[in-house]
Design a protein around this ligand. Structure first.
Ligand code: V47
Length: 381
């Protein structure tokens, strides 16, 4: 397994990080105070070197991407998340709800050929009940049997179980029977109750998110996990969030990947009521690196190019990330909130970003099973 060529300590400029470097070199778990120190230090490259060391020990140079498609079946939402620019209220000219037929027609378009993962999250709209999802999943699986269905945040499933008037367990069982295979990591935002109250009014609390993730894992449904950073939260809230995820993962081992989500600061209530600058490259890289170091039990850390740019996500591969997410093709949530990144990247572009940064690109499915890569990608000279 390739590692760093020198002892880890020699990469550290801030001496207060040395005890952490020693723990990382010994494979010891970091604690809350270590997390705060990783956020507080000016030695970003030192934090990055430690994260890169862990990434190399776990994955070597292997770096994953998936041929994926994002889709939201509705943007109508009765929740009032202050950071969200995607939601529309009924009557809004932007409001839409897609039928199973609309979604299938869309997926039949040539640009969606080869998609292996359909990632669907959407608004909280009380007219959609369990029967809508059963019908949707069955029809999707009948038409695209090899397309993996990754659907619902943990709060979204809670909402749709409640409006369907059935227990969460029954909702999940029926969705799985119809074709649901895994769940994305969104909706976690930030677990701290005080911050959560301010940024997601009316949204279910952290315990619901964590309880439903635990339920999914107990049923063998893998999920991802996320954290929304760069708004009104402080480092102590981020460390707390990561440790709550780590605690759950110790019990269930059901999280496949963690994705730090950089707050996009346009067209939403939070940006109208607060002055919040966009996240910087330093913050984005630090977030990836801290996650790799604190989440020692979550196998994959994604650098989500949609929110931090393809170029920075590429550098994130040397700061602990081992996954560039996917081709996406069309994205609404981040772009409605001001993201200037492309709507999608091709598999070739993703593989090139990875190989030009010195890593080994591997096309994967949702469970990180890999496929033979396309013909070699020419290197930049
Ligand atoms: O659930 C909403 C967040 C999530 C904003 O599981 C925002 O593989 C930033 O969950 N700025 C959707 N974030 C994205 C998501 C995701 C992304 C990549 C991979 C995976 C995965 C999941 O984005 C939402 C919400 O938590 N969000 N508004 C915003 N203004």
């Amino acid at each position: 397994m390739p590692g760093l060529s020198r002892p880890l300590r020699t990469y550290i400029r801030d001496e207060s990080l040395l005890p952490i470097a020693d723990k990382v070199a010994r494979g010891e778990r970091l604690n809350f105070e270590d997390g705060l120190r990783l956020y507080g230090t000016k030695d970003l490259t030192g934090v990055g070197a430690m994260a890169h060391h862990v990434r190399l020990m776990k994955h070597g140079l292997k770096t994953y991407f998936v041929a994926s498609r994002r889709l939201s079946y509705t943007n109508i939402c009765y929740t009032h998340c202050q950071f969200c620019a995607f939601q529309a209220k009924p009557g809004d000219p932007r409001a839409y709800v897609l039928s199973a037929e609309d979604i299938i027609k869309d997926l039949e378009k040539p640009e969606n050929t080869g998609v292996r993962e359909l990632h669907m999250v959407a608004g909280h709209y009380p007219k959609l009940k369990i029967e809508y999802f059963e019908d949707l999943f069955r029809k999707l699986k009948a038409r695209f049997p090899d397309m993996h269905l990754k659907v619902f945040t943990m709060v979204e499933m809670d909402y749709y179980a409640r409006v369907s008037g059935i227990p969460m367990e029954e909702f999940l069982d029926r969705c799985v029977a119809a074709g649901l295979e895994s769940c994305p990591g969104g909706g976690a935002e930030i677990f701290d109750e005080g911050i959560r109250e301010q940024i997601c009014i009316g949204k279910k609390d952290a315990n619901v998110w964590l309880k439903n993730a635990e339920l999914c894992h107990s049923k063998g449904i893998p999920t991802n996990c996320t954290m929304l950073y760069g708004h009104i939260e402080e480092p102590k809230h981020r460390v707390d969030h990561l440790l709550r995820l780590r605690d759950l993962q110790d019990r269930t081992h059901g999280f496949l990947a963690y994705i730090p989500l950089a707050y996009q600061n346009e067209n939403n209530e939070l940006s109208r009521t607060h002055v919040i600058h966009e996240t910087t490259g330093e913050m984005d890289l630090r977030e990836i690196a801290v996650a790799r170091l604190m989440l020692d039990n979550v196998p994959h850390i994604k650098a989500y190019w949609v929110m931090i740019s393809p170029g920075l996500a590429q550098i994130g591969l040397s700061y602990g990330a081992n996954d560039l997410d996917g081709t996406i093709i069309e994205e609404e949530i981040a772009h409605d909130a001001g993201a200037q990144t492309p709507q999608g990247l091709t598999k070739k572009e993703l593989a090139r970003l990875i190989s030009c940064a010195g890593f080994e690109p591997l096309e994967r499915d949702n469970l990180y099973r890999t496929y033979e890569a396309d013909p070699p990608i020419p290197q930049l000279v």
